[in-house]
Design a protein around this ligand. Sequence first.
Ligand code: UDP
Length: 479
Amino acid sequence: MENSKLHVAILSSPGMGHLIPVLNLGNRLVNHHNVEVTILVVSTTSSPAESQILKSTTSQNQLNIIEIPPVDISSLIDPKTTMVTQLCIMMRAARLGIRSTIAAMKRCPDVLVVDLFGTEAFPIADEFGMPKYVYIPTNAWFTALSTYCQVLDKEIEGEYVDQKEALKIPGCKPVRPEDVVDPMLDRNNQQYREYVRQGIGFTMGDAILLNTWEDLECTSLKALRENEILRSIVKVPVYTIGPLKRSAEPTGSKSRLIEWLDRQPSESVIFVSFGSGGMLSAQQISELAWGLELSQQRFVWVVRPPTEGGADGSFFTVGNGSDGIPDYLPDGFLTRTHSVGLLVPQWGPQMEILSHPSVGGFLSHCGWNSTLESIGSGVPMIAWPLYAEQRLNATMLTEELGIAIRPEVLPTKKVVGREEIEKMVRTLMQYKEGKAMRDRAKELKYSAENALSNEGSSYKSISVVLEGCQKKLLSRNNV
Ligand code: UDP
């Protein structure tokens, strides 16, 4: 009986931002589509948060988790190698381990789903006769840009960021030069070549699965499916299966943080967090602290020590306080704000916080998981993009969806000052404009819930994909 279930293997590239959406997909397939799922995790030295999430997933006994033995890529990189390039190199190097892991599995998977860094594992699926899919855990606009980049690469001269006009993506909202994804910032860097190659890889499977839903991104989805030029690149079907996000996991006893939130008025707290790896400079942290204090609004802030390097935390950090009080916060900040604010060091239970009724705003780096978690909780945002495709997401949230405001300067280019932060926080939490964004965020929350319901577009898309797999397997077995 058990073996009659479809067995799907989902390959996760390293990093919490990749592992979390893969686990979300796995849980969705198991809980709503009666599928057996094995997660193949390519891990580096996993962080405590990563180990914790893997441990709790394993203990829930829903998903089989297999860690692919880490590969040493140190001879292939140098200190300047970007995270994107490292991920691509690592995923290529892991192919041997992925292959032997699949070959050694007691029950070979029927289907291989890879995340956006995993398409080079497609030949393994071919070898084992498995249908193969790429799961891009972000949005359709990003996917259109990524797949079309191979054309932009030929047509546009010079750096994208120096272009005078927005980049035209057929059928989609144009991309402003300053909004391009990180790998497009410097065409001479290896990560740009990797990115173009990745976009080509997206089109090499049997279909593309996106963590978005039909009503959220009608224009970009129509373009991916119907625009002649894009269609000539993206020949495979595009399915929306989202928004897949974690649900809040109630822990046995309430944490001090949740108890504190319980005591605050409804929708009065702004949550401040920059994803799994986002970091700010010392000066920016100080301005943010002042801005929060001046706004006189309640807040929960996941604080990390400042970085002197990249906003994705890929460089060294400075200034860890040794007495437990971070020395990078303004003098007396903790004392002055202790009745209205709570600091959480390093990592907080984001879903529990966002879904708490006291939380009414989210100052976020706009990673797609965070974006979906905010929408899924009906919480409007201050969009503070830092890296990857977050500038695109921020533009979508502010200009198309109308559920966020953003600073006038790009936070990675210039320090956002305390007055502007104070103003944005007040606007979001106190003023009519913020209330309108909150109402809109709640509408999107219901639209998201509809998409996932049994009659909804995302539920149906997954069912169509799984039926397609069954058919392919039947015809394979009958040959
Ligand atoms: N996250 C969390 N606690 C934190 C920081 C992040 O639970 O303190 C989770 C967050 O809920 C989200 C993921 O980590 O699911 C971050 O993914 P996202 O796509 O937003 O950003 P990335 O980390 O990939 O930049």
